[in-house]
Design a protein around this ligand. Sequence first.
Ligand SMILES: *[C@@H]1O[C@H](CO)[C@@H](O)[C@H](O)[C@H]1NC(C)=O
Ligand SMILES: *[C@@H]1O[C@H](CO)[C@@H](O)[C@H](O)[C@H]1NC(C)=O
Ligand SMILES: *[C@@H]1O[C@H](CO)[C@@H](O)[C@H](O)[C@H]1NC(C)=O
Length: 289
Amino acid sequence: MLYPKTELCDGLSFRTCRVFIILLTQCLTVRVAEQSELICSHQPIVALAGDDVILPCYLDPPISASSETVVWTRPGLDPKYIHVHQDGRQMPQIQNPSYYLRTRLFVDELQNGNVSMKIFKVKISDAGKYFCILEPMLKEASIQLTVGVVSTPIIEVLSNNSGRVVLQCESKGWYPEPEVVWLDGEGNLLSAGPTETVRGPDDLYTVSSRVTVEKRHSNNFTCRVQQKDINQTRETHIYVPVQSSPDWIVIIGTPVCIVVLLIIIVLFINTLIKCSKRRQRMKRRDDWM
Ligand SMILES: *[C@@H]1O[C@H](CO)[C@@H](O)[C@H](O)[C@H]1NC(C)=O
Ligand SMILES: *[C@@H]1O[C@H](CO)[C@@H](O)[C@H](O)[C@H]1NC(C)=O
Ligand SMILES: *[C@@H]1O[C@H](CO)[C@@H](O)[C@H](O)[C@H]1NC(C)=O
C-alpha cells in the first residue's frame, strides 16, 4: 500500500503518520460500508424441484465482501448454517447436512459485493425464507424461495350415454396445492364439481375434478391445472365427437327397417299368391266354357 506524502505528515514521525493514515482509511472504509446496503431480491425466487437456483444478494453501492464473513441461514433450521464463508473459504464443518455439497457462493464475485448463493437441485423442503448476513458489517437481508412440483393432467371418460359425457381429470404430484379448471373449445369456464385434493406422504398433492358435458355440439374440452405462486400451468385436451342424428337412425332405424321390409315382402308374396290363385281360377273357368 502506498501512503501519500502529504503536508499532513510533515513534522510527524513516519510511524505516527502511518498509523494516522491507516485509521483514516479504515474510517473511510467503514463509512462506505455503512452507506452500502445489502440488497436481496424482493421478489420471491421460484424454482421447480430438481432445478438449480441462485438467491441474488449484493452490496449496493458495491464494496468488496471478500474479507467478510458471509453467512446464509434460515429461521428454524438446526444446525442453523446453510453456507458460511470465512477467511476466504467455506466452512463445511458447520453446515447443515441437508445442504451438504449443494451450495456455493461466487467467490470471484465477492469483490464486487455479490454475495449471491446458488443451491443445486432444490427440494420442496428448501422452500422458505433465507437470510444473508454479513457479520462484521452488521448487515442482514432476507429472500424468499418458492419451490414447486408440477405434473400433466390425464382426462378419462367415466360414462358416455344419453347425450351426456362425464369426464374426469386427474393430476398427480403437485406442490404447492394447485387449482383445476375446465374449459370448453372457446375457452369458456365450465362449471365442474368440487376439486378433490389428496396430500401424499411425499407432501405432493393429487387433484381430481369431474365435469358433465352435453354432446349436442362437438367440442374440444380442456382440463387446466394451475398454481399461481409458482406461475405454472399444465393442461390436457379431450375431443368429444358430436352426437350425430344418423347414429340414432342407424341404431333405432335398422330393426324398424328390417321389420317394415319383411312386412312388405310378406304382403308382396301374399299378393303374388292371391294373384296366381285368381289367375288359376279364371283359367279353370275359361277351360269350362
Ligand atoms: C452475482 O453473480 C452471479 C453468478 O455469476 C450472477 O448470476 C449474478 O447476476 C450476480 N449478481 C449481481 C448483482 O451482479
Ligand atoms: C383442442 O384445442 C387445443 C388448443 O386449445 C389444440 O391444441 C388441439 O389441437 C385441439 N384438438 C382438437 C382435436 O381439435
Ligand atoms: C409466468 O410464466 C409465463 C410463461 O411461462 C411468463 O410469460 C410470465 O412472465 C410469468 N409471470 C411471472 C410473474 O413470472
